[in-house]
Design a protein around this ligand. Structure first.
Ligand code: WTA
Length: 661
């Protein structure tokens, strides 16, 4: 197991913070008894529990009569004879209610410009864009790739797709043209929605150019149009007949567009994420079940109130941005802040400054951001959170990787001022919404633990044969019963779906890929991935993906990639590389390492660049030729190898790699 939270550090953690009485008083789930009542209800009548919530929280165009279809496990269906539209559930539902004229989005751009949009205005923008797509001939069932900067338009694009039943696949703006190309082909996109450029920390980064490059390969002929939102006015090449400006698409379009009623199981989106083998997997989500999970996660975990100003700092390129920006807060009728850029520009006080200026009440970010802002605040008093008025905050959250107790305490003291609970939410792209999390009005907090199961979720720690592990013992984190917002399949690869998540020895349980343990109070302590997936700044990357990128370089013969704990990014990538020539040394080695880092940046995206590259004449392998990554992890951490290495083909290589820096 890897990850920044070592078992020793969490086991020594014994602090418990009780629920704040003022939060419990008027919470949606007020007190432990209320939480337990929900859990019991789910246990006694599992389909009934979810059916009641689905009837109460979603607006159906055709009510469902069937709840869970488990006739073909693990291909579960929920509410599958019902119909609805997700965008109508986020926007139309509020028309004619007091929410209609409430601010839906407070968007702050990289340069600081603020744009506010009400629910009514957002509805109209979504309708106009959807009408534009219709006029271009786009229909329910097609797939659109969205490669956009954080913007009102990005949310409009996703919502407009949902409105027409077009399945979207958002690609994070930090991914390369090559990654974009892979996803466009895999998902069979017929439409690409992008921008000329995006801005990050005052710099303009081209997006449209990457789309042009991605589509230049012969296998992207299915893409009929590329719609370009003008963000910066930077130069772009133009492909007549294929490329259209956003403005042209919406011009003259009506501000009303009937939402297409789709089946509950209609794929709302496909989002690519890394696995332990092969290329990224297209995680396919449903419409109704997904949206139900999104609303409940917003309402219960953040104890959402009508007066809240919600801010999730994720990018829409990740699942957190889907559930906690595009869908959950809109469906829950909340005002939310959306930002473009980075937390360190114009200075590392940006988050605190924005919380103060926009009166944010619920703040949801990642441990990596907290750790880097801690470092910045300690180096420069002027941007320390204590310099800002953060009185509006009620609840603060964490997601993406284990939060170490030290970072937890800093966040709790300096941002939450010891009066806001931290909801450390454990979930995944595949789960669609929260799976394990404290609830602000019910769960006492333990720094470093993500708390208890989300009401209704059947989560457990099991051993290799699916038997529940004793409290205090580590094991595999599994979800035993299907849940409404679970992954439906891997796009175009149902066999891989079954193989990746439902190993036969685990009794049909969903295997999350994380190692964890439960303490005697039932609290979960997640240790990190147990497979070859790395978590760098909360971003999932497969070691295989980085290795394939490295070996695609003409100089590289072989490569092995491992993660090493990093105080800021959680994990950092260390690559061991064998070149097709002599072992490089000194300046030559530095030059090749720099070239390889840039190469990986181009192949996958800058987030995948190895922190460190070490060259060797070969790699530690068993006699059957298997690379021993486990041993390389010790080398990467500069730790002595205590294990028996006599079964290695060439044990001496470990010394060579240990010395190579
Ligand atoms: C990790 C992000 C510990 C975990 C929503 C999981 C966490 C992977 C937490 C999913 C947390 C996420 N504590 N680990 N609170 N949240 N993880 O798909 O390893 O990008 O399997 O989804 O992130 O990453 P993904």
């Amino acid at each position: 197991m890897s990850g920044p939270t070592s078992i020793e550090s969490v086991l020594s953690e014994s602090r418990v913070f009780p629920v704040f009485p003022n939060l419990e008083r008027d919470a949606r789930i007020a007190g432990m008894a209320a939480y337990e009542e929900l859990c019991q209800k789910a246990e006694q009548d599992y389909p009934g529990y979810w059916a009641d919530l689905a009837r109460d929280r979603l607006v159906w165009t055709k009510p469902f009569t069937q709840v869970l279809d488990d006739s073909k496990p693990p291909f579960y269906k929920w509410f599958h004879d019902g119909e609805l539209n997700v965008s109508a559930n986020c926007l139309d539902k509020h028309l004619g209610t007091p929410t209609e004229h409430k601010t839906a989005l407070i968007f702050e751009a990289d340069g600081g410009e603020v744009t506010k949009v009400t629910f009514r205005e957002l509805y109209e923008q979504v309708c106009q864009f959807a009408n534009g797509l219709k006029a271009l001939g786009y229909k329910t069932g097609e797939r659109a790739l969205i490669y956009m900067p954080m913007s009102v338009q990005a949310i409009v694009a996703m919502q407009a797709c949902a409105r027409l039943g077009i399945t979207h696949s958002v690609v994070f703006g930090g991914f390369s043209a090559k990654s974009l190309h892979e996803r466009a082909v895999d998902v069979g996109a017929t439409l690409v929605i992008t921008a000329d450029e995006q801005r990050r920390g005052g710099r303009a980064i081209p997006l449209k150019n990457a789309v042009d490059e991605a589509l230049s390969a012969g296998d992207c002929q299915a893409v009929r149009h590329v719609i370009v939102y003008k963000r910066t006015g930077g130069p772009v090449a133009w492909h007549e007949g294929r490329d259209l400006w956003w403005e042209e698409v919406v011009k003259g379009q009506s501000a009303d567009c009937p939402a297409v009623s789709v089946n509950a199981e209609h794929p709302l989106f496909v989002l690519y994420t890394s696995g332990s083998t092969g290329k990224p997997k297209g995680v396919q989500h449903s419409s109704a079940g997904y949206l139900l999970g999104a609303i409940l996660s917003v309402q219960w975990t953040f104890d959402a109130k009508d007066s809240d100003v919600f801010w999730c700092t994720a990018d829409i390129g990740w699942v957190t941005g889907h559930t906690f920006i595009t869908y959950g807060p809109l469906a829950a009728g909340l005002t939310q802040v959306v930002f473009e850029g980075v937390p360190t520009y114009p200075d590392a006080g940006r988050f605190w400054n924005m919380i103060e200026r926009h009166g944010v009440t619920v703040f949801y970010t990642a441990p990596t951001a907290i750790r880097s802002l801690t470092k910045a605040a300690e180096a420069d008093e002027a941007i320390h959170p204590k310099q800002y008025n953060l009185d509006t905050l009620r609840i603060i959250g964490s997601v993406g990787e284990p939060i170490n107790p030290e970072a937890w305490m800093w966040y709790f003291k300096n941002v939450g001022r010891e009066r806001c609970p931290i909801v450390d939410t454990w979930w995944q792209t595949e789960t669609g919404g929260h799976v394990i999390t404290p609830l602000p009005g019910a769960t006492p907090l333990k720094p470093g633990s993500c708390g208890l199961p989300f009401p209704g979720m059947d989560v457990a720690i099991v051993d290799e044969v699916g038997e529940e592990a004793e409290r205090g013992n580590g094991g595999f984190l599994v979800i035993r019963k299907p849940w409404p917002n679970m992954i439906r399949t891997i796009w175009g690869d149902p066999d891989r779906f079954v193989k990746s998540y439902f190993p036969p020895e685990l009794k049909g349980y969903y295997l999350a890929g994380d190692g964890a343990q439960r303490d005697t109070d039932g609290y979960f302590w997640v240790m990190g991935r147990i497979d070859d997936v790395l978590n760098v700044s909360g971003h999932r990357l497969g070691t295989m993906e980085v290795e394939s990128a490295l070996v695609a370089h003409p100089l590289v013969a072989e490569a092995a990639v491992v993660g090493k704990p990093d105080p800021t990014t959680g994990e950092a990538i260390v690559a061991f590389v064998v070149l097709n020539g002599d072992l490089p040394a000194g300046a030559e080695a530095d030059k090749i390492a720099a070239e390889l880092r840039n190469w990986v940046g181009k192949e996958i995206g800058p987030i995948a660049k190895p922190r460190e590259i070490r060259f060797g004449e070969n790699l530690p392998k068993t006699r059957s030729g298997k690379i021993m990554r486990r041993l390389l992890r010790f080398v990467a951490n500069n730790e002595p190898i205590t294990q028996d290495v006599s079964t290695l083909e060439n044990p001496a290589i470990l010394d060579q790699l240990s010395e190579a820096h």
